[in-house]
Design a protein around this ligand. Structure first.
Ligand SMILES: [Zn+2]
Length: 302
């Protein structure tokens, strides 16, 4: 049985009414001998008309059905996986790179009773700033012992031959940010690249989820009580992109591939009954996918 044993939340400045999903904190639960802690890095304002892109059918009816206004508060979640021998962080939040409403991951880790030196492994889903910014502060590695594992294709694009003109202006700073953030780990020999299908121990495997970025990668954790899939930025606005997986976001490097990847992932997660850990689902970002009246729907697990 999955059971929650620790849950702390607080509201950022302003009332909950001001920020309808502005609850943050950490949330810890156990599944099949593994402890997973969702760490809320904060939230950012997402303008639906600027960020979301129509699929085959116009999305306006989806927005109305979900009662979404022009601006949605989108959480940024990182996740810690702990067993008897390892503490693995999946993504690291935005650190100082983005809005002042982000960058809380380290504070939530401390609130959950963990020190940075206790983290031995960091797996990143992709190199956008809201997923790696928390790795480095003022040019110094936040995690003094951890080895950072990056999908090889992400490294090749953002730190290699990627063309800035090929991505949306909203994510173009990723080229510079990725270099700054990863440099301390590279200098200390704590930077590793991996290929699709790589695994860590016998229960954690990388699964390519290309489209949002070329090397965008999910991680499947297998336990005796079911799987948890850390899916990164497979979706940003669940009520729209699960109902119509064809809706993309301006941040997507390869929108057509992102559509196909999302459709395949949702069908499989729904069929298998996986717990899905999503970077931009409302905190704690844990849920199951089920077929709804219109496409798929997100059912939070807490
Ligand atoms: Zn993101």
């Amino acid at each position: 049985m999955m059971c929650s044993d620790d849950y702390a939340v607080f509201l950022p400045s302003g009332s909950q009414q001001d920020h309808p999903i502005g609850i943050t904190g950490f949330h810890r639960f156990h599944l099949g001998g593994t402890t997973i802690t969702a760490l809320c890095d904060g939230y950012f304002a997402l303008s639906v008309h600027e960020v979301l892109r129509d699929g085959e059918t116009p999305m306006q009816p989806l927005l109305e059905r979900a009662c979404l206004g022009e601006v949605v508060s989108s959480h940024v979640n990182a996740f810690l996986i702990e067993n008897r021998t390892h503490r693995v962080l999946v993504d690291a939040g935005a650190g100082d790179l983005q809005d002042a409403t982000l960058g809380d991951m380290s504070a939530q880790l401390a609130a959950a009773g963990l020190r940075p030196e206790q983290i031995d492994t960091v797996l990143v889903t992709h190199l956008h700033p809201d997923h790696i910014g928390g790795l480095t502060r003022n040019g110094v590695a936040v995690f003094p012992r951890a080895v950072i594992h990056v999908p090889r294709e992400e490294d090749a694009f953002w730190l290699g031959a990627g063309d800035p003109a090929a991505v949306d202006a909203s994510v173009r700073a990723t080229f510079e940010h990725a270099r700054q953030i990863l440099a301390p780990y590279q200098a200390e020999g704590r930077y590793r690249l991996f290929d699709p299908g790589a695994s860590w121990g016998d229960c954690l495997t990388a699964e390519p989820l290309a489209g949002h970025t070329g090397g965008h990668t999910g991680y499947r954790l297998r336990t005796d009580e079911g799987d948890v899939v850390f899916c990164g930025d497979l979706f940003h606005v669940a009520s729209v992109q699960l109902a119509d997986p064809d809706v993309t976001v301006c941040y997507d490097s390869e929108p057509a591939q992102a559509r196909m990847t999302r459709a395949t992932f949702l069908a499989e997660a729904c069929h298998r009954g996986d717990i899905v850990a999503a970077a931009h689902a409302p905190f704690p970002g844990l849920g199951r996918i089920d077929a709804g009246d219109n496409g798929y729907a997100w059912y939070p697990v807490a």
